[in-house]
Structures are given as C-alpha cells and as structure tokens.
Design a protein. Structure first.
Length: 457
C-alpha cells in the first residue's frame, strides 16, 4: 500500500529545465476538451502556448476507456520523442498508469491535479491523486461546460470510476455564471451528467427514471439538492440565445420532471443521448447497468410521448464477455426498434481494475467482435436513413457553421438538434455569425445522411 501511495505524487530527483513553450493535443471525450481548456487557464500566466511544431513540451490529454485509445497514445509518445520533443501525459491514462509513465515522459498529471501543473512542469514528476476537484472557479470560454465529474455507477466494463473518481457536482451558481449570455451551443458535461446534484442549496427531491427504482439505490440527503432539471432551467434563463445540450447521461437518471424540462424549455435540444450498451438482459446484468431492456424502451416511449420530434443517440458494445449470437441479435433488434440519429459503436476492450477484468473471461473471439460490430453499424445506418426521411417536410432550427464544403460558393451548412448536417442556399440578405446564429430551415430532401432545404422566415 505504501508503495502505491508513493506513486501518486512524486517529483523527479534529477534537475528538470522549465520548458519555454508548450502545446496540447487532446484525445477522447468532450470532457477532455473542457479539461484542456482548464489546463490552458492554469498555465497561461507562466507558459507560452504554441503549435506542436514549435513547442518544447507537448502535453497529451489522454483517454483510457479502450485499449486502442491507449495504444495510439503510446505511438504518439514515440513519434514526439523522435522529433526531440519533451512529453507530458494528462488525463485518464495518466491517472490509470501513474508513475509507470515516468519511464517514458517527463510529466504525468491526472484529471484532478491540474492546479499543480505549473509547478510540475518545472520539476517533472507525477501527480495523479483523485479527489473532490470540480474546477468551479475556472472559466474556459469554451462551448463545453463541465458541471459534474466522476461516476458512481461502477458498470463492469468501465474504467471511468478508477480514472475520474467519485461523483461530485459544481455549485449551480458557478455554472450559471459561466453560461451567462452565451450564444451558439452550450454542452453541459459530466461522466454521469444527469445525476447532477448541488447539495449546497435547497432544492428538489432526488428521483430516478420511472421503472428503474428496483435497480438503483437512492442517495442520502436527497431532499436538499438542486437537480439536473432545475439546472437546465437556470442555464436556459442565463443563456436564452444558446442551444443547450448535455452528455453523457445514464438512463436511470431521467425522471419525468427532466423529460418535461427538455420538452418545455425552448432552447434545450430535443435530442437525448441514451446509452444502451446492449439489447440483451443477460448481457446488461453482466455489465451491471442497473436496468433491463424493457425499462429502457419504456423510457424511450415516455420521452416520445412528452417531447415532440425527440431524437436519440446511444452507445453500444459488441462482443462483451459471454455475449452469444442470440444476445447479439437482441441488440440488433433494439437498434431497429428505437432508431438512433447517432451512435457510438465499439468492440469490447478489457480494461484493468474493472469488475469484468477480474470476474469474466473475454471469451468472444476478435473476428466475431469485428463481424458483430459491422452488423451493428449496418443496422444503425438503416435506421439513420429512415429517420432522415422522416425529417423531410419539417422546419429545423439550424446552428450556422459556414459555407458547405462541397458547395462553398452557393450553399451554407449547419447542424440541427439531432446533430444532422443541414445544407441550404446562401441568402445574402442574412448576416450570420459562425457558431452563434440560428436559422430556420424547411427540409425538402435528404441523401440519407445530410438534410437539404431552404431558409424560412
């Protein structure tokens, strides 16, 4: 135990010259994008940020959710060292490997250790202590606003609780202040974003998704928290001209008042990311997801009843431990029945420290995983094309992004609530700001992926 604790914070014994400049490369989720903004704030007074080509030290903000992501980081470390760069590793991979990385890089800092990064760059070493950090006082001016960090769900396949720690939420007032007056899009971020709870002020009672109560435990002191639905309302009032999104949620934390908030607050995107992971109850039980397929689909139906034109995205894992062909067919069936505008589909990758790594055999052959993943992708694509056809004829709120890449002189492009690309003819009497202004577009046709239409007043 003493040896493990000693590796959490360790300075190099040899003299390390302070780098004159740095660059950041960000990999992985949107939370890492937000965290890179936090790192920049921490370093801006003492260090000059520049391009990777010019920087003396390159900081890699890393992901550890799959082995493939880590292998890419190792490859990148080798490339940078061949170029003569000094390298630091931040993020989830830093938290997972800690001092083991010091054999290969100068600086290792976990997600809760960025306040100490200015000093760490001077000395070299590792600081990978998990804590209660939320960086509530740090303003990044990014469209990604971190509101909650960590995860208590302990899904059997997931390394996040070990790299991000226990759940904790930022005070509501600090979030509202950061969002005040924003335009364009605001994405509220958390490892389990809809479990948000600010216990520092009075608020609403903690509730879980209808039908999920047998599978989840209620938290203590539930009556003294501002919950996620209330936070959405507060952010909407603070930034009425912004479109509000949130990720990544858990299905168990969608009580009816949250569905109603999404429906009733006009500038909350009518798109819900609803990670399913599998369509088999047997696999879900091994994953320790805390719900069954029937309760998941009931949530989808309640969302459709309460939120007009709601769309969904999801996550699925192909080839989890013990997954049979019958289990796989059930997952294909769920994708077919629900229909998703977007999905993140991956082969299962065993992660150290997880329940699955300790208790289950990774017994699905790699070639079977690949085949099943391709079948999931194919089924998802069919549903996505069908949903694109259903979007024709409707008026969509579209965030202006600029000239359409394939028609830059005649057409503009933007994204709708479902993150679909919408392409429409230029209207020169409109003066639009990229990433800030919205237009209403009536969709007339689709190629199965993008939507095409005209601006309406």
């Amino acid at each position: 135990m003493k040896r493990r604790l000693a590796g959490l914070v360790r300075r190099k014994t040899t003299t390390t010259r302070q780098p004159s400049s740095y660059a950041i490369e960000t990999r992985g989720c949107q939370m890492n994008v937000s965290d890179s903004g936090i790192v920049r704030r921490m370093l801006e007074k003492e260090y000059r940020e520049t391009s990777v080509e010019e920087a003396e030290m390159v900081l890699l903000n890393t992901c550890a959710i799959r082995d493939k992501a880590e292998q890419k980081v190792w490859t990148r470390i080798g490339e940078l060292k061949k170029e003569g760069k000094r390298v630091g590793v931040l993020g989830c991979m830093a938290e997972r490997l800690k001092g083991d990385l010091l054999k290969h890089v100068e600086v290792v800092a976990g997600p809760d250790s960025y306040r100490g990064l200015p000093g760490l760059l001077k000395t070299g070493g590792v600081d990978a202590r998990l804590g209660r950090e939320t960086y509530a006082d740090v303003r990044t001016n990014l469209n990604f606003v971190s509101i909650q960090r960590g995860c208590d769900n302990m899904c059997s396949f997931c390394v996040v609780p070990f790299t991000r720690g226990r759940e904790r939420s930022r005070p509501v007032e600090s979030i509202v202040a950061e969002c005040e007056g924003r335009r364009g899009e605001i994405t509220l971020l958390g490892q389990n974003v809809n479990s948000y709870a600010d216990f520092t002020v009075g608020g609403s009672l903690l509730e879980h998704t209808t039908g999920f109560e047998p599978f989840v435990a209620r938290k203590k002191n539930a009556g003294s928290a501002v919950r996620f639905a209330e936070l959405l309302s507060r952010v909407s009032e603070a930034a009425p001209e912004a479109r509000i999104r949130f990720t990544s949620p858990h299905p168990k934390d969608f009580p009816d008042d949250l569905l109603d908030a999404i429906a009733q607050i006009p500038n909350v995107a009518k798109n819900i990311h609803l990670p399913a992971q599998s369509g088999s109850n047997e696999v879900l039980a091994r994953m320790r997801r805390g719900y069954q397929v029937e309760t998941y689909e009931a949530l989808v139906e309640r969302a459709r009843e309460r939120i007009p034109n709601v769309t969904f995205s999801s996550d699925f894992i192909a080839g989890f431990c013990g997954e049979t062909e019958e289990d796989h067919e059930k997952t294909l069936g769920l994708i077919r029945r629900v229909g998703y505008d977007n999905a993140f589909l991956f082969k299962y990758s065993k992660r150290p420290k997880t329940h699955a790594a300790y208790r289950y055999e990774d017994d699905v052959p790699v070639e079977v995983k690949k085949r099943r993943l391709n079948e999931l992708i194919s089924e998802f694509d069919k549903g996505r094309r069908r949903l694109a056809e259903e979007a024709v004829g409707r008026v969509h709120s579209v965030l202006f992004e600029g000239p359409a890449p394939k028609q830059p002189h005649t057409h503009w492009v933007g994204t709708n609530d479902a993150r679909r690309k919408v392409i429409f003819p230029m209207a020169h009497h409109f003066f639009l700001k990229k990433g800030e202004d919205f237009v209403r577009v009536r969709v007339k046709e689709t190629n199965g992926t993008a939507l095409f239409g005209d601006i309406v007043s």
